[in-house]
Ligand binder design. Structure first.
Ligand code: UD2
Ligand code: MN
Length: 489
């Protein structure tokens, strides 16, 4: 008996020692990007894991030659927070903390460790980086630029085009043009990010476009995986995993690698888990993740493909909705969207817009998303109106040129997108009928769905005494106007 007990203790001791060694080994291994806590900002928050800060071997002091005659000290000193000022007021992030970090810093390499052993073509084409901004903080803008110069192979950076969207101080942009490869284009009036990006794309001299927000920090080898994918197939539009830079203390946090872009019927963007079947099928964590939509700000796209597909809808104003329009267009007109886990870019996600919208925030978002829904969503646009009743009756301008574009490009119907790219959206259909909201059966295919003319205020009504169906003014509570979707095969 005593012998058995001694053996058990010995086995437990060995197991404990082995466990301790395994734990230490795991901790020393390059970090993968499992999620721990959650941080959200305007629907763009991602799951993050804080992890350790490691000085990365590629982070060297930037050779002076890369900055040319640019005097970064006086540039940063030119705009300082005054004592007593609210550090969140102008940028909706803690600018004091950003200024304290200065123009560059080491960040943790947040990629899966297997990414480091991937190889890319030696002759990848170069890219024009396009960054539009309106009243960006100097320290975040400069860190974005310097991170690009420091963490990209120089031969891949053709130029960095800044579009100053009529910021209050023209020098924010102009002074940066002293940095070699950096160009500054200033709008003569506020255009919004959509028209500004088109201006930048038109000015670009490289065959590949790379869009970035003005408060990013790119991570190790961020660019090569994206350019490689686009080089192999020019119809691919690719994004990195977008890591989180804390708006409070500017900590660089790894985002989960299991997320893709999604949305609900109100055209509200959200990060969502990759469907379980796809997750199970992913044996290689370095493989691209198909995504129904991209967040919008950070992506790489072939320039001739961008032009062929109609750039952006330039009647969209200021901010919002352009990511849906672009995503639907790419998928439905012959391309694809993917997130590349081996490319990581940090971004400061905010909880509010720090800038004004001349027509108001809500109206602008409605105008932009209505344009996307009207041009691309076919009969499914009724679910958009159902989820966003306030969009009804709001002006959105003429969409004739975008409808003509869709026809010219011979794009597939939205139903194809629903069935092939984002079938999960179907399960989320909620149709407002009278006062109740109901969800359709799980396997419901919205072919010939119950009709409700939400725009005109007319509803499908019936059956009449003669057994026919009519369209009449919507009456809440009217049983004759209450419909359920049915499967029509
Ligand atoms: C996200 C995208 C953003 C854009 C937006 C939807 C990411 C990381 N960000 O919002 O790129 O697709 O969704 O429209 O995916 N800006 C201008 N002029 C303006 C307003 C904004 O140049 O009138 C600039 C701004 O300085 C920034 C960029 O546009 O560099 C995006 O604006 P944001 O950072 O406020 O948008 P964000 O990240 O909330
Ligand atoms: Mn942003």
């Amino acid at each position: 008996m005593r012998r058995i007990r001694a053996n058990a203790i010995a086995i437990l001791t060995v197991a404990w020692i082995l466990g301790t060694f395994y734990y230490l080994w795991q901790d020393n291994k390059p970090q993968s990007t499992s999620s721990a806590s959650q941080s959200r900002g305007k629907g763009h928050g991602q799951k993050v894991s804080p992890g350790r800060l490691e000085i990365h071997r590629d982070d060297r002091t930037i050779p002076l030659i890369l900055l040319g005659t640019f005097d970064e000290k006086s540039y940063l000193a030119g705009k300082q927070l005054k004592p007593g000022d609210d550090p969140y007021r102008d940028h909706a992030f803690n600018v004091q903390e950003s200024d304290r970090l200065g123009s560059e810093r080491a960040i943790r390499d947040t990629r899966h460790y297997r990414c480091a052993s991937l190889n890319y073509d030696a002759d990848l084409p170069s890219t024009s980086i396009i960054i539009t901004f309106h009243n960006e903080a100097r320290s975040t803008l400069l860190r974005t630029i310097k991170s690009v110069l420091m963490r990209s192979p120089p031969s891949l950076i053709q130029e960095i085009i800044l579009i100053d969207d009529f910021s209050s101080d023209p020098e924010d942009c102009q002074l940066l043009a002293q940095i070699p490869k950096v160009r500054c284009l200033r709008n003569g009036r506020r255009e919004g990010l959509i028209r500004s990006r088109v201006r930048g794309a038109n000015a670009a001299s490289a065959s590949i476009l790379t869009f970035l927000d003005s408060h990013c920090e790119v991570n190790t080898d961020w660019l090569q995986p994206m350019i490689q994918r686009v080089k192999e197939d020019h119809t691919r539009v690719v994004s990195p995993i977008i890591d989180v830079i804390s708006l409070e203390n500017f900590a660089y946090l790894a985002a989960s690698a299991d997320l893709r872009g999604g949305f609900d019927w109100s055209l509200h963007f959200k990060w969502e888990q990759i469907p379980i079947e796809q997750k199970m099928a992913r044996s290689d964590p370095t493989q691209p993740i198909r995504t129904p939509v991209i967040a919008g700000g950070i992506f790489v796209m072939d320039k001739s493909w961008f032009n062929h597909l109609g750039q952006y809808d330039t009647h969209m104003d200021i901010w919002g909705g352009e990511n849906f329009e672009l995503s639907f267009r790419v998928w439905m007109c012959g391309g694809s969207l993917e997130i590349l886990p081996c490319s990581r870019v940090g971004h400061v996600f905010r909880k509010r817009h720090p800038y004004d919208f001349p027509e108001g925030n809500a109206l602008t978002y409605i105008k932009n998303t209505r344009r996307a829904a009207e041009v691309w969503m076919d009969e499914y646009k009724q679910y958009y109106y159902s989820a966003r009743p306030s969009a009804q009756g709001k002006t959105f301008g003429s969409i004739a040129d975008r409808v003509a574009l869709r026809k010219r490009l011979n794009c597939k119907p939205f139903r194809w997108y629903m069935e092939n790219v984002y079938p999960e959206l179907r399960e989320r259909v909620t149709v407002k009928q009278t006062d109740s909201v109901f969800s359709p059966p799980q396997k419901w295919k919205p072919k010939g769905s119950a009709l409700q003319h939400l725009v005109s205020g007319l509803c499908l009504d019936g059956p009449t005494p003669t057994g026919s169906l009519v369209v009449s003014q919507c009456r809440p509570q009217a049983a004759s106007q209450s419909w359920e979707p049915q499967i029509i095969s």
